[in-house]
Design a protein around this ligand. Structure first.
Ligand code: HEM
Length: 177
């Protein structure tokens, strides 16, 4: 990267990064732990799924804005993890985080359309007894595990930089001059 590479990411990028992180971790937690614990006949179930769907759409919009910023703002020079293999893994993890989030959004939209979720939310149609009757549910479940593993890896790498390499990489993903 050129000498003009900034010390930090653009503030809009930083805000989107932390908002997306918060929403994705919440969605993974709610999708894996809270939602399966609610009975399909419980009136709270469609409400829960409706919030899930809308937050999923919000994450998708943030992802699109983020991709636009990716190509329109200057970014700091790529971080150095200390060896070529780890630097390659970092690149791959960042790419796959985008890829799997797009996968979650696409399979979620597929479910929205195939299971006619607007009718479920309005009460015109009962809550589906099994979402696995719809093909995108398989992809949504599978990709959610892959995304969870990647988020853990991404978090672990940030901690490695912060506490082992002590290069304050997290500072690049925060506001300031
Ligand atoms: C983009 C971010 C999203 C994330 C991180 C996410 C996460 C999850 C997770 C972790 C599960 C449980 C999967 C499992 O353990 O098998 C789930 C289920 C589900 N999600 Fe999403 N989701 C996202 C977007 C969406 C969208 C946009 C929709 C619909 C518009 C949607 C609709 C559903 C449905 C219908 C289920 C199944 C609920 C059930 O089986 O009762 N998701 N989601």
């Amino acid at each position: 990267m050129s000498e003009t590479a900034p010390k930090r990411y653009h503030p809009a990028w930083v805000a989107i990064h932390w908002l997306t992180a918060l929403l994705v971790v919440m969605m993974l937690g709610v999708g894996k732990i809270v939602m399966p614990g609610i009975d399909p006949t419980d009136p709270q179930k469609p409400m829960m799924l409706q919030s899930h769907a809308y937050i999923g759409v919000a994450i998708t919009v943030l992802l699109i804005i983020r991709l636009v910023l990716r190509f329109t703002t200057k970014r700091p020079a790529p971080a150095d993890a200390g060896n070529a293999f780890l630097n390659f893994v970092a690149k791959a993890v960042h790419f796959l985080l985008y890829f799997f989030l797009i996968g979650m959004a696409a399979s979620g939209m597929g479910l929205f359309q195939q299971a006619n979720l607007p009718a479920v939310f309005s009460g015109a149609k009962p809550y589906p007894t099994n979402f696995f009757d719809y093909l995108p549910r398989m992809g949504h479940g599978l990709v959610s595990w892959l995304l969870l593993a990647l988020v853990a890896l991404h978090f672990g790498a940030a901690m490695f930089h912060q506490f082992i390499k002590k290069d304050n990489l997290l500072g690049r993903m925060w506001f300031g001059k």
